[in-house]
Design a binder for this molecule. Sequence first.
Ligand code: MG
Length: 272
Amino acid sequence: MRIVRFAHPAGMSFGVLDGDGQVAQIEGHPFGQISFTGQRFAAADVRLLSPILPSKVVCIGKNYADHVAEMAALTGDAPKAPLIFLKPSTSVIGPGDAIRIPPGSTNVHHEVELAVVIGARGARSVTEEQAMASVFGYTIGNDVSERDMQVSDGQWTRAKGFDSFCPLGPWIETDLAGLGKDPADLAISCTVDGEPRQSGRTSQLIFGLPMLISYISQVMTLLPGDVILTGTPAGVGPIAPGQRVECTIEGLGTLANTVSGADPTSTAGGSR
Ligand code: MG
């Protein structure tokens, strides 16, 4: 099933995107037993939002050998254990939304990543054998990163935490197996203005999904809807205002985002 979250005239809802371009509205959230409202929308008439609003996005750094190699001069060798960091919930945007370049920045990079969405039971202290039962489904993430700040700060919160630095979508696929796909071996790629940048397969992950979920769950409880970004293959590079970034993963569609300048809107002065 393709789970989407979408804006419609009466508000926003979760829904199921079916093969004939219709979105069937879901009552409440999509975890556990789904109940439909009976309302259907043409997909062309609704705006897709990020398919989930996670309480946190847990990211894995340096998890493809070819990307570790291209980054070695900046961030060193492959880690002995998963390198984890967080992106704030406020970094999440949806398909079609703009990635906003911080003022003065000239070195913001795209990073296409397989995104794991945690399901209703969450995950705390699960073994590798138990880990995959915690998965609700999969979507595409873009771990947008300000490379100069990543190096100068020495830790990555600022470099990877700006508003809009975590595009997610376009939907959550809850049955990859039913499509004949294995999350451990999916083609993953990214283009900028149609030019190929990144290309790889999730089979190249240094630490695989069961290990990552188990490892993170020993540190922090993964809540329903939390997202794990599993690392990016080689080919990262800069993006600039006016460009269009497309991240594609086999079985999960394409996550497309524009790039624009910073949003100067302040919460001060009562404008919001
Ligand atoms: Mg990354």
